[in-house]
Structure formats: C-alpha cells, structure tokens
Design a protein around this ligand. Structure first.
Ligand SMILES: [Zn+2]
Length: 281
C-alpha cells in the first residue's frame, strides 16, 4: 500500500515536471511541435501511471507467526546439553536459549563460564536460572532477591546481558515476578504445559518439558498446536545423553524434533526473540 503510494507520488511529480517544462516551452517558443511532443509525453506518462499501479506488486511483509514459533530451551546448563545438544542445533542453524545456574560453573557436569561465553558467541541466548537453583517460592524474599539479582550480575560479569529467566522447579508467585521486573528481565518461563499466545503474561511463559518418558508423539502434538494456532511452542530440555536419567533424552530424539520443526517450516526463535514477536517489546 505504501509502495503503491510512493510510486503514484513519483509519477505525479514526473507528470507535474512535464507540465512545468512544457509550459516553459509553450511560453518561450510557441511552436505547435512542442505541444505535440508535450501531448505525447503526457499520454505516455498517463498510461504508464496506470500500468505502474497495476504491475507493481505490493511487497508483503512476511508474518513471523504464520507457521507458529518454536524455541529450544535448555535448563540448568548441563554439560551434555553443551557437548551433544549444541552441535546438533548449530548444524541446523538453530539458536537456542540456555538458562544457566550461574554459581554452578565449577561443578562437574555443568558448563564452565568459558563454555557459557562460547555458546553466546555461537549465537545462542543465555538466560538466567538463579545462582543456586532454589524454589523461589520456598525461600525468604531477601534470599530470592539475591538469587535473581545475583544470577543477572554473574552473567553480566561474563559480558552477557540477560533478558530471559526460567523459574527453578517452575516455582513463582507475584512477589517473585515483581523482583524479576525490577531486575530488568523481560520474560520468565514456567514448566506449565501450554503454548504461548499473544495474551500470555511474559512472566508466565509455558513450556513442554521433554523428559525420558515424554513420547515424540506428545512433542509433535504440542508443535502442531502452536503451528495451527499461530502460537509459540517452547520446548524444555535438560540433559542430552543416554545415561538413563529421567531428565535425559538421547541426541537422536533431539535430532528428530529438529527435523520435525524444519519439515513444518516453523520459525525457530530464542526466547527473547519470541517474546518480541509474540508479546511485543
Ligand atoms: Zn532447573
């Protein structure tokens, strides 16, 4: 529509220029030939204007939600998600969101601060998941503040400005949400099994946890729902390994999910991107 108007405007300007130049000719040199030239120019431009309006396709801005959104999120910063999950995502050109427990950097089985920085350099989003993973509804408000502010500051010390948060054990209440807003987070993810719509509270983003017991069919159904309703499916992963842990899934399962998302043509976003597309800034 705007394009159409710009083109119409351009032709109107051309049209006016020709009249002005033509009038100048007519004034200085009243030769009938000039009038004839002017008339043919006007005829040409008039026709051209109609053609231009018909031929020029109005550019369509692609709707980012047309096939639904998907986010791959990884809670806790498990080493296996880094070692076995991230390479599959990188190969598929997918940017995931890794929610890091910021004081676990030296713990065996978790990503080191250097690995967190490397994930960020590779285009993945780093989100916060507190410093030590308490259920924020079961500790004092002073400690909850320290966990929320502290994880932001720990990641800032690595050069990472966090926007997204995930609740340990999915635990939240209104006072926790107020602290999150005060700290400067833009969203927080729960583990409530629901797709995100345009009316979802950004501090109550739902997500489907993909555990060892979760069937691929269930994951596909969740993705289908977001696709069909033009909503946002957030998938929650923990460990990517074959250890038989209830929160582990084999890398083949992650690969199958990636391929399903690709086949459906769904747009893969980090949580902060999805938040903007679905819920605005
Ligand atoms: Zn967790």
């Amino acid at each position: 529509m705007v394009f159409k108007e710009i083109f119409a405007g351009t032709f109107t300007s051309l049209f006016l220029s020709v009249i002005i130049i033509g009038s100048f000719f007519a004034y200085t040199n009243t030769v009938p030939a000039n009038t004839a030239i002017l008339n043919s120019l006007l005829f040409f431009l008039n026709n051209k204007q109609v053609e231009a309006a018909e031929v020029i396709a109005v550019p369509r801005i692609p709707d980012p939600l047309s096939k639904g959104l998907v986010s791959f999120t990884f809670d806790d910063g498990f080493k296996s998600a880094y070692s076995f999950g991230a390479p599959l995502l990188d190969a598929a050109g997918i940017h995931a969101t890794f929610y890091i427990i910021s004081a676990y950097g030296d713990n065996h089985g978790y990503v080191t601060p250097e690995e967190v920085q490397e994930l960020s350099r590779r285009g993945h989003e780093i989100g916060a998941h507190t410093k030590t993973h308490p259920n924020l509804t079961k500790i004092s408000s002073a400690r909850a503040r320290r966990e929320i502010f502290g994880s932001r500051d720990d990641l800032a010390a690595l050069g990472i400005k966090v926007k997204s948060f995930a609740y340990p054990y999915g635990g939240y209440n209104p006072s926790v949400q107020t602290v999150l807003r005060d700290t400067g987070y833009f969203s927080a993810r729960t583990i409530v099994e629901a797709t995100v719509s345009t009316s979802t509270n950004p501090f109550e983003l739902g997500g489907l946890s993909v555990y060892a017991r979760t069937s691929l069919e269930k994951v596909k159904k969740f993705l289908d729902e977001a696709h069909d309703k033009k909503q946002w499916a957030i998938l929650v992963f923990h460990r990517i390994d074959e250890k038989g842990n209830p929160i582990s899934i084999p890398h083949e399962t992650l690969q199958s999910i990636i391929e399903y998302v690709e086949a459906k043509g769904m747009r893969v976003v980090t949580v902060s991107e999805g938040k903007e597309f679905m819920l605005g800034k």
